[in-house]
Design a protein around this ligand. Structure first.
Ligand code: PGA
Length: 251
């Protein structure tokens, strides 16, 4: 059985005080529960404060992005080693806002995956098609490229630390959610790809999150889909009264 994994991507929101307050509210709301894994990805500058606030909590703390270089003259970048040094647990890689707003390529995504895994971080690798691509019936082609290029050279052993997030770009921050059927089709396809790239054992273990306008009102029906193992939540992860019911979707 795959344990559900609910992660919040805070994006470029909050200030120091509200980030700490949100972390404390989540710490109290999540308590010691172990039936689900929970993660939050604050902006880089609040990682340290959120790590401290969640010190005694099972909630994982992650970054939203990581550099594709080890170290050196890369102004403005944050390396995987720096994140590991700080005590960060995971990093999101290849989010559609990185791909589409900042022009991140599959090559960069793949290098970032390697940088993160090399230093012991866990990875949430995001894949997903735009509305145009869906309408052109190229969803499978797009997610196949994102997945296979993103995982190029990743060993079977390291796949233990990889989670995939299927995030249709047209559903992110738009209020549009993929139907459970739409999500299920792509998740099943992705799991099949992992089986082909690795083996059935790895495909059976890897968690595939759905992301795109996940809310307390739709999380249960999405999580009921056999291949949906969690959610990567943007907007609704910024308020404990929305994120905690998502974490507690089984309650
Ligand atoms: P959203 O964002 O929940 O606000 O749609 C999801 C994401 O970008 O991870």
């Amino acid at each position: 059985m795959r344990k559900p994994y609910l992660a919040g991507n805070w994006k470029m929101n909050l200030d120091r005080r509200s980030a700490i307050e949100l972390a404390i509210a989540l710490r109290e709301g999540v308590g010691e529960r172990t039936d689900v894994d929970v993660g939050v990805a604050p902006p880089f500058v609040y990682l340290d404060a959120v790590l401290q606030a969640l010190d005694s909590s099972p909630i994982w703390v992650g970054a939203q992005n990581v550099a594709d270089q080890d170290s050196g003259a890369f102004t403005g970048e944050i390396s995987a080693a720096m994140l590991a040094d700080l005590g960060v647990d995971f990093t999101i890689i290849g989010h559609s806002e990185r791909r589409h707003v900042y022009g991140e390529t599959d090559d960069q995504v793949n290098t970032k995956v390697h940088r993160a895994l090399e230093v012991g971080l866990e990875v949430i690798l995001c894949v997903g098609e735009t509305l145009e691509e869906r309408e052109a019936k190229s969803t499978e082609k797009v997610v196949r490229t994102h997945l296979t290029r993103g995982l190029e050279g990743v060993s079977a052993d390291d796949m233990d630390r990889v989670t995939i997030a299927y995030e249709p770009v047209w559903a992110i921050g738009t209020g549009l959610t993929a139907t459970p059927e739409q999500a299920g089709e792509v998740h099943e396809y992705l799991r099949g790809l992992v089986s082909g790239l690795y083996d059935e054992g790895i495909a059976g273990k890897i968690r595939i999150q759905y992301g795109g306008s996940v809310k307390p009102g739709n999380v249960a029906e999405l999580m009921a889909v056999p291949d949906v193992d969690g959610a990567l939540v943007g907007g609704a992860s910024l308020q404990p009264e929305l994120f905690l019911p998502i974490v507690g979707f089984q309650d």
